[in-house]
Design a protein around this ligand. Structure first.
Ligand SMILES: [Cu+2]
Length: 173
């Protein structure tokens, strides 16, 4: 075979590979490009009713329990696919600042490391992955991160809020 023919055949082969790769990319890309969006709402029953709950500061601490305090976090999906996830966070409160922090958890029964004096989760020890920090009442924010399969907690770390039940669990598969 002439050297030129060999070169042309190679070029042809490369072209076929390139076109095949392009077709695969085009057919697969939209599935990856569409990031999962989770709507997160931060809510409370108002500062007045929260005063009554202050004498029960550790309520809702056990992770297996449903939070039962006067404030909480609601998510539009509790089970997500692994990959890029956008948390669109809205603080529905009329008077309180809230935030959303995400941290991985080993299992659903172990409470996060907690600083009792400061009434806050020890964020560093808990290993936070990202946050929408300190949203004023009525404000919105967003966080986009890549999540691997596992269990995660979304919580608010304004003093006292975690213990009042301001957390929820999600599972990534
Ligand atoms: Cu809060």
């Amino acid at each position: 075979m002439l050297q030129r023919e060999v070169a042309m055949q190679r070029t042809h082969k490369n072209l076929v590979v390139l076109v095949t790769a392009l077709v695969i990319t085009l057919s697969v890309a939209p599935a990856f490009a569409r990031a999962t969006v989770v709507n997160v709402t931060l809510w409370d029953k108002g500062a007045m009713s929260l005063g009554m709950l202050a004498n029960r500061p550790m309520m809702g601490m056990a992770m297996g329990q449903q939070p039962g305090g006067g404030m909480g976090i609601k998510v539009s999906a509790k089970t997500l696919r692994a990959g890029t996830v956008t948390f669109a966070v809205t603080n529905l409160s009329k008077g309180l600042v809230h935030e959303m922090i995400i941290a991985p958890i080993k299992d659903v029964k172990t409470p996060l490391p907690y600083d009792k004096a400061g009434q806050k989760v020890d964020e560093e020890a808990a290993g936070h992955l990202g946050e929408v920090a300190e949203l004023e009442p009525g404000k919105k924010g967003a966080l986009t991160i890549d999540l691997k399969p596992g269990h995660y907690i979304l919580y608010c770390n304004i003093a006292g809020h975690y213990a009042l039940g301001m957390w929820t669990l999600i599972t990534v598969k």
